[in-house]
Design a protein around this ligand. Structure first.
Ligand code: BGC
Length: 385
């Protein structure tokens, strides 16, 4: 079986994780002790991969390998570094990125919010303050002109993780995740709906991307798994009903017993993030979303593995793509696969978990494509595994 014609094959990044020097953002302040951080910050993001300057090289590598799409974000904190102050130069910068992608034959998927907020927003209640709904809508309207020939726009990346992180003043539990903060959840859903309205009014295909954790019930724990997943996942899938598409992202699974999440067995293989190696996660997320949303078309907007062993990346991705194929064979409308990540990047506090198809030298920034990039490009060219 081959993947459908026109299926998008790509890789994804987020601005803060690859650009470097995102100094007007809340994460930068957190990394430098100027805002409280819910997470231990082992190292600051600094120059990151300097993709802010080197994006033409990065996109060129993806296109040369055979990929047809690049998902990247535009950074609100750069475009509006102070409330109401819009940087034309930064808008131009992101417009050049879109031009570069289109020129290379890469369909751009543009994310408007990927975890980071402008520092001024964070200081004024971030997503807890309902003012964020108007503020975000204003940002979307500001960005609209540079998106003129971009079809696919992702409003908010992993709103469920944003709500979960807002609810975790302590380190994440050993197993499972905190519940989503209800106020933040409400504001995210309202912000998304406003953004979708604006984007659709301009002819865009709008959606958001949800982090799925494959909450797998042990026998007899079906209800417990549903209850556990509701605030952490389902409420965000429900909010995607009626959207043009939904992004599904998955890395691992969480098994749920009647008393909640179950610890990963010692014998299980773990990745560099400590998560269980589980390529089936994406198929689980796709099937759940299809059922939950009543058939909203799906893009896999992130899927990948933190590993120093690139052969494991190929193995993991093969398993994941087999699952995507099986979902398509069952009639589920999956329209693309965007691997996480194009580059090794700043994994929110550390550079150690390496997710990239492309590595880079931390002194010279010289890019080192890994065999997995050529492999994924070949899958893209042939449309088959
Ligand atoms: C996020 C990325 C992150 C990746 C791996 C997703 O939660 O969207 O920013 O790097 O997963 O943890």
């Amino acid at each position: 079986m081959t993947f459908p014609k026109g299926f998008l094959w790509g890789a994804a990044t987020a601005p803060h994780q690859v650009e470097g020097n995102n100094t007007s953002s809340d994460w930068w302040l957190r990394e430098h002790g100027q805002l409280p951080s819910p997470h231990p910050v082992e190292s600051p993001s600094g120059d990151a991969a300097d993709s802010y300057h080197r994006y033409p090289v990065d996109m060129g590598l993806l296109a040369d390998a055979g990929l047809t799409s690049y998902r990247f974000g535009i950074e609100w904190a750069r475009i509006e570094p102070e409330e109401g102050f819009i940087s034309r130069a930064q808008l131009d910068h992101y417009r050049r990125m879109i031009d570069t992608a289109l020129g290379l034959g890469l369909t751009p998927m543009v994310t408007l919010h990927h975890f980071t907020n402008p520092a001024w927003l964070a200081r004024d209640g971030d997503w807890r303050n309902p003012a964020v709904i108007d503020r975000f809508a204003r940002f979307v309207e500001t960005a609209l002109p540079i998106l003129s020939d971009v079809d696919l726009v992702c409003t908010i990346n992993e709103p469920n993780m944003v709500a979960i992180m807002a609810n975790s003043n302590e380190a994440f539990p050993h197993v499972g995740l905190p519940a989503g903060d209800p106020v933040v959840t409400e504001n995210l859903v309202a912000g998304h709906k406003r953004a979708v309205e604006i984007l659709r009014g301009a002819g865009k295909l709008a959606g958001w991307s949800v982090a799925t954790q494959a909450y797998q019930p042990e026998p007899g724990a079906e209800q417990a798994a549903d209850d556990y997943g509701y605030s952490r996942e389902d409420v965000f899938m429900d909010a995607a009903c009626g959207d043009d598409w939904i992004g599904i992202q998955a890395y691992t699974r969480t098994r749920i017993g009647t008393d909640g999440p179950i610890t990963i067995p010692d014998a299980a293989e773990r990745t560099l993030t400590g998560w269980e190696y589980y390529p089936g996660a994406i198929e689980f997320g796709i099937r759940r979303s299809w059922q939950r949303t009543g058939g909203v078309p799906i893009y896999v907007t992130e899927n990948g593995i933190a590993t120093a062993d690139d052969a494991r990346r190929i193995d993991y991705t093969t398993g994941a793509l087999e699952g995507v194929m099986s979902a398509i064979a069952d009639g589920i409308d999956v329209r693309g696969y965007l691997h996480w990540s194009a580059l090794d990047n700043y994994e929110w506090g550390s550079y150690k978990p390496t997710f990239g198809l492309i590595g880079w030298d931390s002194e010279t920034f010289e890019r080192h494509p890994k065999p997995s990039l050529a492999w994924l490009g070949e899958v893209a060219r042939s449309g088959a595994l």
